[in-house]
Design a protein around this ligand. Structure first.
Ligand code: B12
Length: 216
């Protein structure tokens, strides 16, 4: 765990909204990119919160305060760095019952920073509602997030339904589980798997260089 992540985890656990936001802005002034801030510092800080929680060093209430402060902090930070949205659209949601949203929220910010329009549909979106939202908005990419292993089997129905839509959106799956498990049997050959934000931004840049979505 790097020093910046540990410092940020302490600020989040104190519920220090202004201090944590200023901490990120200072890192940016020192030349940190938002990709590295999200990947190394914010993700690292939340992992540290998870470790303390697992070891029973902090309470559930402490962990909720840190999560709420983190959510507010990243939104405020993104407000400072986001750009005018142009053409392509990305929609984000968690499969039903899945409540871990911070990972996909930062992914949505990185899409926006790179000029995409995004719609964050949040936690636990039942498939029928996700499908009707997608049919109306017609995103180029539909990004799914899953964190808890027993939610993984649900991916299959979501991926199948989205990939069958007539406008053929690219389906992307992001998950901490990808570091340890192969989720491809729940998806299709067309599905893209992303484990970290640097890979995500490389993929986004690849799209703006004119490569067709889905081509690899
Ligand atoms: C905050 C938190 C919560 C919050 C989430 C609130 C919120 N709004 O997100 C709350 C309190 C709701 C919660 C609940 C639970 N949690 Co929880 N939680 C965490 C914690 C501490 C941090 C998660 C986090 O935000 N990490 C930071 C983000 C940035 O990381 P990430 O989600 O992995 O995302 C990365 C990649 O996966 C990727 N990514 C993820 N999604 C997407 C999407 C796209 C499109 C892309 C491109 C990339 C991408 O991008 C990120 C790059 O770093 C973790 C600890 C940990 N080590 O992560 C536990 C953790 C994930 N939770 C855990 C558990 C067990 C639970 C509960 C079951 C606890 C309980 N008994 O109730 C419930 C389940 C709730 C549910 N139904 O989903 C376990 C999971 C263990 C396991 N083996 O599966 C963990 C690991 C804690 C632990 N060490 O035991 N949790």
């Amino acid at each position: 765990m790097n020093a910046e992540a540990v410092t940020l985890s302490q600020l989040l656990l104190e519920g220090d909204a202004d201090g944590s936001f200023s901490f990120l802005m200072d890192l940016r002034d020192q030349g940190w990119t938002s990709v590295d801030i999200y990947q190394v510092v914010v993700s690292g800080a939340m992992q540290q919160v998870g470790i303390l929680w697992e070891q029973d060093d902090i309470s559930v209430a402490d962990e909720h305060l840190a999560t709420a402060t983190c959510d507010f902090m990243i939104s405020r930070f993104h407000g400072q760095v986001k750009k005018e949205a142009a053409g392509q659209r990305a929609m984000f949601l968690c499969v039903e019952e899945e409540r871990h949203t911070l990972g996909m929220r930062m992914a949505s910010f990185l899409f926006e920073e790179n000029g995409w329009k995004s719609r964050m549909m949040g936690a636990s979106l039942p498939l029928e509602h996700a499908l009707s939202a997608a049919e109306k908005w017609k995103p180029d990419v539909i990004c799914l997030s899953v964190t808890i292993m027993y939610h993984v089997p649900l991916l299959e129905s979501y991926v199948k339904a989205f990939e069958a839509l007539p406008f053929q959106p690219q389906v992307m799956v992001g998950s901490r589980l990808l570091a340890s498990y192969d989720l491809s049997s729940y998806c299709s050959k067309k599905t893209i798997f992303i484990t970290d934000y640097r890979t995500l931004v490389d993929w986004i840049n690849d799209q703006s260089e004119g490569n067709e979505i889905g081509a690899s």
